[in-house]
Ligand binder design. Structure first.
Ligand code: GLY
Ligand code: MN
Ligand code: MN
Length: 440
């Protein structure tokens, strides 16, 4: 599959970021945008640092995810200034000299120690400094002005062609990993071994993956963010849920697949039903469609499946109204995706702030906006068999809505989630994930 080349799209991306920064600075009353890349954080009473995580406001400008103590400085009308920290250090691998498609578009200042950035920074009082408190240098402590952040985060929702190109690459990597993971599952490997097979195929580990891999066999699939990864292989092996992404140039993919060990099993049929419903939900990723509605429609679709499989005995509408569907589908249908796996501004009412609340009774939905072209969202319906939530159904007096024998039959399989990443366009939704599974 031919992928667009981000290097030829970067210049336009930078122009767009400059336009956004011009307006954001005007709104905040500042003359300069100053963005530290972030610093290492140390563990308490220890000299070990936590994995470094780059400031998302920094990697929005530059495809650099491993240059701590560096800075991006933008002044309207001028070229971006990159203060690039390349220490003299024989203990660690230091960042390579600046190279790549971004270099010719920026003025680069190499510094050898963090303090050398100070004389290169514009006056703090006139600067919007976006970052974490630990990045403070002299009087350049991050002030994170809300009008500036509101504007930049809101507009980050609309991906530039450069960003889409990088996100497509992140899909290719992750799908390669998913294929290797499925093969490892079919060979009867442990969660830990499957995780290692995934990382090897993607060429990334915990420091580069956009989030911790969820690799769950059997009933572990019912733990939404299961990250324990056992080294023992359970017996019998019934099911496999993997939620794993990849990062490219600072952009994330976030993909989930579920497999049954037995091809003709009823659990496989349930997976197939969720998969078909997920494809239908993906088709609703259209400009003008309210994502809150997409979430509520997903409840109805999943409750219909539960009814078809005899797990619930009430209509989909009743299951939604009584909270029974939420016991089986206890998370949101998805979220914005981009520089962060749960990308920002999912509730933003406008680029001047304000919040669009979630529908009552749906506390985990992460996106409440109306879809617009350029947004990339996940669509990730799931059905799980979680004791804690099923107990609550009983306690709330709706136990008669559920066929508990059917629940008991499915419980050893844990759960099902299917997650694709979908670009909203002016026309048809562009599913970034699914065609790659078909092609590999
Ligand atoms: N991987 C976390 C999520 O799907 O939101
Ligand atoms: Mn996921
Ligand atoms: Mn997700």
């Amino acid at each position: 599959m031919n992928l667009p080349d981000p290097s030829v799209l970067y210049s336009d991306h930078l122009d767009e970021l400059r336009r956004r920064a011009d307006e954001a600075l005007a709104r905040g009353g500042f003359d300069h945008l100053v963005v530290p890349s972030g610093t290492a954080h140390y563990q308490v009473f220890d000299d070990r640092d936590y994995p470094y995580a780059v400031n998302p406001q920094f990697k929005a400008w530059l495809p650099l995810t491993h240059v701590p103590d560096s800075w991006l400085v933008y002044t309207p009308g001028k070229r971006p200034q990159v203060i690039f920290h390349q220490p003299h250090d024989y203990w660690h691998v230091v960042p390579a000299a600046p190279s790549g498609w971004w270099v010719e578009h920026c003025d680069i200042h190499i510094i050898r120690s963090p303090e050398q950035a100070l004389p290169l920074l514009p006056p703090a009082a006139r600067s919007a400094i976006l970052g974490e408190p630990q990045s403070a240098l002299g009087d350049h402590g991050p002030n994170n002005p809300q009008p500036v952040i509101d504007y930049l985060e809101y507009h980050r929702t609309y991906k530039t062609p450069y960003e889409i190109a990088l996100m497509r690459q992140a899909q290719v990597l992750a799908v390669r990993g998913h294929r290797a993971a499925e093969a490892a599952f079919r060979e009867g490997r442990s969660e830990f071994a499957i995780h290692m097979a995934y990382c090897a195929a993607v060429g990334q580990d915990a420091t580069e993956l956009p989030y911790g891999n969820i690799v769950a066999l059997n009933e572990h699939g019912a733990v939404l963010h299961y990250t324990q990864m056992q080294t023992e292989v359970p017996s019998p092996l019934r099911s496999f849920l993997i939620d794993a992404g990849a990062g490219t140039g600072g952009y994330a993919s976030d993909i989930t697949r579920t497999y049954a060990a037995e091809a003709g099993s009823e659990f496989q049929a349930l997976i197939d039903a969720v998969d078909a419903a997920q494809v239908g939900m993906g088709r609703a990723v259209r400009a003008g469609f309210d994502y809150k509605q997409l979430h509520l429609d997903a409840h109805l679709a999943l409750a219909s499946i539960l009814r078809d499989f005899g797990v619930i005995k009430v209509s989909a509408e009743e299951a939604l109204a009584t909270g029974v569907s939420a016991a089986f589908f206890p998370h949101g249908i998805g979220h914005l995706l981009g520089l962060q796996v749960h990308d920002v501004a999912g509730f933003a009412a406008s680029d001047r702030g304000g919040r669009i609340e979630r529908p009552a009774g749906h506390p985990y939905l992460r996106l409440t906006r109306v879809l617009e072209p350029g947004m990339v969202v996940t669509i990730e319906p799931g059905i799980y068999f979680v004791d804690m939530l099923l107990d609550e159904v009983n306690k709330s007096g709706h136990g008669a809505s559920v066929d508990w024998n059917r629940v008991a039959q499915f419980k050893p399989y844990g759960g099902i989630r299917i997650e694709d990443n979908i670009l909203c366009t002016e026309g048809e939704p562009d599913n970034l994930t699914r065609p790659l599974f078909a092609a590999h």
